[in-house]
Design a protein. Structure first.
Length: 309
């Protein structure tokens, strides 16, 4: 581990260090849950034989973030071990019954794996890495990327741009919360306004509202999206102690997926709680959910398969 002084330097500029800033010289533990209604169906699979398309998922996890290393002047990398994981998912109607054996194996792969979390000194997430499955061929590479995107929706809750002075309100133009979990990537043009609501006993309450346009994959479908979030930042421990967020979007009128159909909604709801000491949280079991009822047209690309084994 790098010296504490070097890590403390990444908590933010001196004018704000005593006010709002992460302290990565400490070990932080979190419980995170996130429910996602996908804007496009995505594949999940095991290394052999099993694959299915899902339209929504529910991820619950307990993670311990420690062993921080200074990556650069403004970035620290933290290893976040997934201590306990439950992943539930809703399949397309055609894939009912295929998801449970996949979830059982993915649960085993994720539990105990390590997320490589890169955090900037201004509180933003720089990158989220994951190697839950040994990458030995294109299929396992695809599996890893699918899992990384799923897990990134939980760690996106840590992405909160902190002010570099005593501002009571400030803008944020990039956010992991305003992304979609698409294996083809996503782009977005967004604006978030963060405001300090109250400061009391080392607890700073921050409200965030934002809007923007998100384009998953090749951008033929675009989603007009809004964000609402409430955060409590604990300056005594240098971490977020509680955060809830909702991201909701619908396809724009010019999107291919909206032509001749109602379109597909994108919905993300999450809750993050800091855990003290050896406190834990029952994440429940991984299970196949019932198909969602919000699909109103044939999803482009659903007739292909995954990377062959």
């Amino acid at each position: 581990m790098m010296p504490t002084l070097a890590l403390a330097a990444l908590t933010g500029p001196a004018s704000a260090a005593d006010h709002l800033g992460w302290d990565w010289s400490r070990t932080h533990r979190f419980y995170v849950e996130v429910q996602v209604q996908l804007p496009t169906s995505e594949w999940i699979a095991t290394q052999y034989n099993h694959e299915a398309r899902i339209t929504a998922y529910d991820l619950r996890l307990v993670t311990t973030c420690a062993d921080a290393q200074v990556e650069s002047r403004h970035v620290v990398q933290v290893d976040c071990t997934l201590d306990d994981v439950a992943l539930s998912a809703a399949p397309l109607e055609q894939d009912v019954g295929l998801v449970q054996p996949i979830l059982d194996q993915l649960d085993q792969s994720l539990t105990g794996s390590v997320v490589e979390l890169q955090m900037r000194d201004d509180g933003r997430v720089n990158d989220v890495g994951l190697d839950a499955v040994a990458h030995v061929d294109p299929r396992t590479g695809f599996m890893n990327e699918s899992l990384r995107l799923i897990v990134s929706r939980a760690f996106a809750g840590l992405d909160l741009n902190l002010p570099d002075d005593e501002l009571q309100s400030w803008a944020q133009y990039q956010s992991w919360l305003m992304r979609t979990p698409s294996v083809d990537g996503s782009s977005a043009g967004i604006e978030i306004v963060n405001r300090i609501r109250t400061v009391q006993d080392g607890q700073t309450e921050i409200s965030s509202v934002g809007r923007g346009t998100i384009a998953p994959g090749e951008g033929i479908d675009k989603y007009a999206t809004r964000l609402a979030s409430d955060t409590v930042f604990d300056t005594r421990f240098g971490r977020i102690s509680d955060r809830t967020w909702t991201v909701a979007g619908g396809p724009t009128a010019s999107s291919l997926i909206a032509q001749g159909a109602e379109g597909y909604a994108y919905l993300q709801q999450g809750h993050l709680v800091a855990l003290l000491g050896r406190d834990s949280w029952d994440v429940g079991a991984s299970r196949e959910l019932s198909p969602t009822d919000s699909w109103t047209a044939i999803q482009p690309g659903n007739f292909g398969g995954m990377v062959p084994r």
